[in-house]
Design a protein around this ligand. Structure first.
Ligand SMILES: CSCCC(=O)C(=O)COP(=O)(O)O
Ligand SMILES: [Zn+2]
Length: 218
């Protein structure tokens, strides 16, 4: 029997219910413009070689709730059950982040603020943010802490982004930006991944407004 078949139906239902709730909440914030964005939640035991996760189906209107919003895939991105649904075109990004971090949930969204700051700081390949209280949401408590959110190349061929994740992911910072595309934020479970995503989006808006006020570039 495959590892996926061993996971209780009850657990699969629980994950899908939580997933549905998070997706609706993000939709209400306008985080899925034009079908952009994708979400995933891991289920069952984890090892870097074998794990399973629920992921949003590709190309769907994510502001709607239907019985065909998610499917379960394995560590290689292959569906665990017979389905006509296609996993997100960006599943390879989720797979690599799970492999490197063992996270419990990964949320990818496009926003105007995350797109603008990723371009504004592209030459530096990172968005610097210093001394803002909400950095504590990442469990970073240093006085006047400086974080650098990595910015990756937005290759049209999505799997080409994966080696940049491998190279640039900072285990102490649960997020990565893709240039003029969006952010992937993660956490040990959906609650933490949502907290991290909200904190990043707050900080990107702060940086955007601060840069605008100052008219400077670091
Ligand atoms: C319509 S935006 C281009 C694709 C994208 O960046 C995205 O986040 C959504 O892709 P998916 O295959 O997950 O629907
Ligand atoms: Zn995207």
């Amino acid at each position: 029997m495959s590892g996926f078949a061993n996971i209780l139906l009850e657990e699969k239902r629980r994950v899908l219910a939580e997933f549905t709730e998070v997706k609706a909440e993000f939709a209400s914030r306008g985080w899925f413009a034009g079908t952009g964005g994708n979400l995933s939640m891991r289920i069952g035991p984890y090892s870097p070689d074998e794990f399973f996760f629920a992921v949003t189906a590709s190309g769907k209107d994510k502001t709607r709730s239907t019985p065909e919003d998610f499917l379960f895939v394995d560590q290689d991105g292959n569906p665990c059950e017979a389905t006509a649904l296609k996993p997100s075109a960006e599943t390879s990004l989720h797979r690599e982040i799970y492999r490197l971090t063992g996270a419990g949930a990964i949320f990818h969204i496009h926003s105007v603020f995350n797109n603008i700051v990723s371009e504004w700081f592209w030459e530096r390949r990172a968005v610097p943010i210093q001394g803002v209280e909400l950095i504590k949401a990442f469990n970073i408590w240093d006085e006047d802490a400086l974080i650098e959110v990595p910015i990756l190349t937005n290759y049209a061929d999505v799997p080409r982004i994966v080696p940049e994740i491998t190279e640039r992911l900072n285990p102490a910072l649960p997020g990565l930006l893709i240039r003029k595309h969006g952010i992937c934020a993660w956490g040990k479970d959906a609650f933490e991944a949502k907290k991290h995503l909200e904190a990043f989006e707050f900080l990107f808006e702060y940086v955007y407004r601060w840069e605008l006020l100052n008219g400077t570039k670091k």
